[in-house]
Design a protein around this ligand. Structure first.
Ligand code: NAG
Ligand code: NAG
Ligand code: NAG
Ligand code: NAG
Ligand code: NAG
Length: 557
């Protein structure tokens, strides 16, 4: 017996000592640094930089003798530089404008005891102009609350770039809420930045009907210039010009999908020639939204349901098609992968968003059982076979309420944040999370195609040619060219995130690619984008371009 154990041990140690064959490249989580603030919102603003925001709290990162709540994350060096923010950006939204300027929208009215100078952020407009310095030197946020502000107070709004390159800002609440939105404090309107229609917020019946679980409505610009919205279990198509709302079918099986019953939603990749829009909604809850939070449990399972709809007349008649994730998820994130698949990541298997409001919070978290293994959704696969986590790695870091994820210009994913606590709290279960990870797809570890040069600007419906290099081991059986808005990550939603495939022809000698840009501003609203070239499932880094003229909004033809 003893000798058997000895020999097993020696086999084991030999197995360890023998140099391993190089492993096939696989999806990998790597912890890369510390964000200094809880990165609960994130948006890529240049090839090397992401702006991150937290609430005004007592985070370790300091600026001007107080805790910071904004930062510039350097995707090259994995270091953070504090940004001085004037108003409380907690639970805000944001997007890029047609001239490349990032705008952070709305926020928290409250100050913070250790920092009396903080300003009320509910009408906040925080401007970050295009930043050319790779390390973000001299790039700052600009705020002028007296002269530059929203028309209506909005905490928990969503905002997307629309066809003229300005922002449409939807919903939210005026002041503090512990859990649900409520009719006396809700922002039941739509407004624009720069202002439109006289700057008067336009009432929305949809926002009223979808109370009380309708914060951070999931909204998408469609290729006909209208906007699809889903909040709670309701959905509509919104006409930007007239404000008309066409009611679409409810999500099936009583599933609700917006804060505090957060699922997520994504506009699936748009492909030529028809750019047929399809929206996927995953996760959230089947709970009745009339139940007070004190009667809800952190242990109540979230839903594993995904619902998908094609937004054509025929698709709307067919309604939502239901499929199932591998596990239930509250607060999942759905993120575009350059090859057209969708990453499903983060969240918990039970409970809800928000902080310490259910009857049995874990620490202060209304959610529990973090999901640590991402899945991949393949839109073109047959129903029932679209979701897989085969080969996906498992993280050690729970990412529950107040997390952020974004695809980066490198082609991998920035994964940060999580803080289901009222302030910075490092001693509780599900504590404030400062560790940043990257999730690398397998192609990060092999020779990759490269776009060697890209035009600074591209117009609509134009052909342009870029020099490329393609590793010789790739046969180039499939060539995909994606024009991507990486979106603004906040509260399990990526405002403005968009992936539009473009027709492309590879030259016979494989050194240049002739690409046809999107047909019009409805398919890709004018503004910044990254172009990713994927050859046989191996993606390049993103090449930054400006779609349209780069002029400030509103852009007209
Ligand atoms: C920060 O505090 C130090 C020491 O109290 C003081 O000398 C310095 O002027 C302060 N800096 C700012 C920007 O307020
Ligand atoms: C925050 O600002 C809004 C808009 O000006 C105002 O209505 C609200 O009362 C302010 N809240 C606080 C707590 O100061
Ligand atoms: C959507 O929610 C409303 C309000 O709770 C409810 O009346 C309606 O039946 C729900 N729709 C479906 C399809 O479950
Ligand atoms: C952290 O959360 C726990 C549980 O609610 C609480 O007892 C503790 O006071 C919190 N710590 C801070 C610094 O807020
Ligand atoms: C972009 O447009 C916005 C809105 O008009 C403006 O605030 C900002 O300063 C502009 N930035 C540049 C670089 O033109």
């Amino acid at each position: 017996m003893l000798s058997l154990i000895t020999s097993l041990l020696s086999i084991a140690s030999i197995a360890h000592a023998t140099p391993l064959q190089p492993r096939a490249p696989e999806w990998t989580f790597t912890e890369v640094g510390n964000s200094g603030i809880v990165a609960l919102e994130a948006i890529v603003v240049s090839p090397t930089l992401a702006v991150i925001f937290d609430r005004a709290s007592d985070d370790p990162l300091q600026i001007n003798n107080h805790s910071a709540w904004g930062g510039l994350w350097n995707l090259e060096t994995n270091e953070v530089k504090a940004l001085d923010v004037l108003s409380n950006s907690f639970c805000a939204s944001g997007a890029l404008l047609s001239n490349g300027t990032m705008v952070s929208v709305g926020g928290d009215p409250r100050g913070f005891v250790n920092n009396p100078t903080i300003k009320n952020g509910t009408t906040g407009l925080r401007i970050f102009e295009p930043c050319d310095d790779p390390a973000g030197e001299d790039c700052t946020l600009f705020e002028d609350p007296a002269n530059l502000h929203l028309a209506e107070s909005r905490w928990y709004p969503s905002s997307i770039r629309i066809p003229d390159g300005s922002l449409m800002i939807v919903g939210g609440i005026h002041e503090n809420t512990d859990f649900y939105n409520d009719i006396d404090r809700a922002a039941l309107t739509v407004e624009f930045f720069p202002p439109k229609f006289g700057g008067v917020p336009r009432p929305s019946e949809f926002l009223k009907r979808s109370l009380p679980a309708n914060l951070f409505p999931r909204i998408f610009l469609l290729p006909d210039g209208k906007v699809f919205m889903v909040a709670n279990n309701q959905s509509i198509i919104y006409d930007i010009e007239t404000g008309d709302e066409r009611i679409l079918p409810d999500l099936p099986n009583g599933i609700r999908t917006t804060n505090p019953l957060d699922g997520s939603a994504i506009l699936l990749p748009l492909s030529p020639p028809d750019f047929t829009p399809e929206v996927l909604v995953c996760g959230g809850s089947d709970v009745d939204d009339t139940i007070p939070p004190a009667l809800l449990s952190s242990q109540h399972p979230a839903t594993d349901q995904c619902s998908r709809i094609t937004l054509t007349e025929e698709g709307i008649q067919q309604g939502w098609q239901v499929e199932r994730m591998l596990e239930p998820r509250t607060m999942p994130e759905l993120v575009h992968i350059p090859n057209g698949q969708v990453l499903i990541i983060n969240g918990g298997e039970t409970g809800y968003a928000a902080i310490a409001t259910v009857k049995d919070p874990v620490g202060n978290s209304n959610a529990d059982h973090p999901v640590l293994t991402p899945s991949i959704y393949t839109p073109d696969a047959p129903l029932g076979q679209r979701i897989s986590n085969v080969g996906m790695p498992t993280s050690e870091i729970p990412r529950l309420y107040h997390s952020s994820v974004t695809l980066t210009p490198k082609g991998n994913f920035f994964v940060a944040g999580s803080n289901p606590n009222a302030n910075t709290n490092t001693t509780v279960e599900f504590s404030s999370e400062f560790r940043v990870e990257v999730l690398d797809p397998p192609f990060m570890f092999v020779p990759r195609p490269q776009i060697l040069d890209a035009p600074e600007k591209i117009g609509f419906n134009q052909q342009f040619t870029v020099p490329v290099s393609i590793p010789s081991d790739l046969q180039a059986n499939t060539i995909q060219v994606a024009l991507v808005d990486l979106g603004f990550s906040s509260h399990a939603f990526h405002s403005s995130a968009r992936l539009v495939f473009m027709d492309a022809q590879l030259s016979e000698d494989r050194t240049s690619l002739t690409i046809t840009s999107p047909p019009n501003r409805n398919v890709y609203p004018p503004g910044p984008a990254f172009i990713f070239l994927t050859v046989d499932d191996v993606s390049s880094e993103g090449a930054r371009v400006m779609v349209g003229t780069g002029a400030p909004p509103p852009q007209t033809d």
